[in-house]
Design a binder for this molecule. Structure first.
Ligand code: BGC
Length: 274
């Protein structure tokens, strides 16, 4: 890992962030960077308690504050309980990073209703339930200008597949396309209340969700044909972007989807064709 911009400066000091699905992968990376930037971090997990505890340990060993909270984001009551625990521990919530996401891949004609519902339930309904709870809490608490210019910040972790169609993954692409217009619509609705809403759309990042796409050198070489910058991303690439989007440094960035993909959305097939 290269130099860490947030190691010295605690630009999120005093703020509390919930990061859904942060027991592994991109979410774990985001939780750690937010903790390093001084935020109190709620490390949400659905089933991987050990992973979540490990992330909490890394944050607290580095001098930060964090707790692990179990919740299945597709369940309304779980989300309400997670917010209640976060607020009773840290007083309020300033930042939501809605990151929890799954893939249940299948050829379209074989896709089951369970595969469809699970992906839409976590990736899209989960984003709705968490964002609604966050917005309610920001409004209840009111402004704290010495902590943050915005009343609160919501960041969705979407995907390049909110733009790029994806055969064999139509439930996933549909969920991310949904997140894109959901994000923009609530940004339009909540902007006047100074709630800042954005997405990050990662490309291929080395995490458990896409292990088969990078774990052998053949697979990685194939994947790199889709990435003009010729590097598979790391969770920290997304985590640093999330810290910036959560901070006042990006206070005029609202309703946008920031693509962080090494150029995957540049249609690399056209570099020598078309
Ligand atoms: C998916 C990964 C995939 C990447 C680029 C992500 O949203 O979860 O499996 O490697 O997009 O295609």
């Amino acid at each position: 890992m290269t130099a860490n911009h947030s190691s010295g400066e605690k630009i999120l000091a005093g703020q509390t962030a919930i990061v859904t699905g942060s027991s592994s992968g991109i979410g774990a990376g985001i939780a750690r960077e937010l903790g390093a930037a001084g935020a109190n971090v709620v490390v949400n997990y659905a089933g991987n308690r050990e992973g979540a505890d490990g992330v909490v340990r890394r944050i607290t060993e580095g001098g930060g504050r964090a707790i692990a909270v179990q919740a299945d984001v597709s369940r309304e009551e779980d989300v309400a309980v997670m917010f209640r625990k976060s607020i009773s521990t840290y007083g309020s919530v300033d930042i939501l990073v809605s990151n929890a996401g799954v893939q249940k891949d299948a050829p379209f004609v074989d896709m089951t209703i369970d595969q469809w519902n699970r992906v839409i339930g976590i990736n899209l309904t989960g984003a709705f339930l968490c964002a609604r709870e966050a917005a309610r809490e920001f409004i209840r608490r009111g402004p704290v200008p010495e902590r943050s210019s915005a009343l609160g910040k919501i960041i969705f972790i979407s995907s390049v597949h909110e733009i790029i169609p994806w055969a064999g993954h139509v439930n996933y692409a549909a969920s991310k396309g949904g997140v894109m217009l959901f994000m923009k619509s609530i940004a339009q609705e909540l902007g006047p209340q100074k709630i800042r809403v954005n997405s990050i759309a990662p490309g291929a990042i080395k995490t458990p969700i896409n292990r088969s796409a990078w774990e052998t050198s053949e697979a990685e070489a194939d994947l790199l044909t889709l990435i003009p910058y010729k590097r598979v991303g790391e969770p920290v690439d997304i985590a640093r972007t999330a810290v910036w989007l959560a901070s006042d440094a990006s206070d005029y960035v609202h309703g946008t989807s920031l693509v962080v993909d090494g150029g995957m959305t540049l249609y690399p097939g056209f570099a020598a064709g078309g």
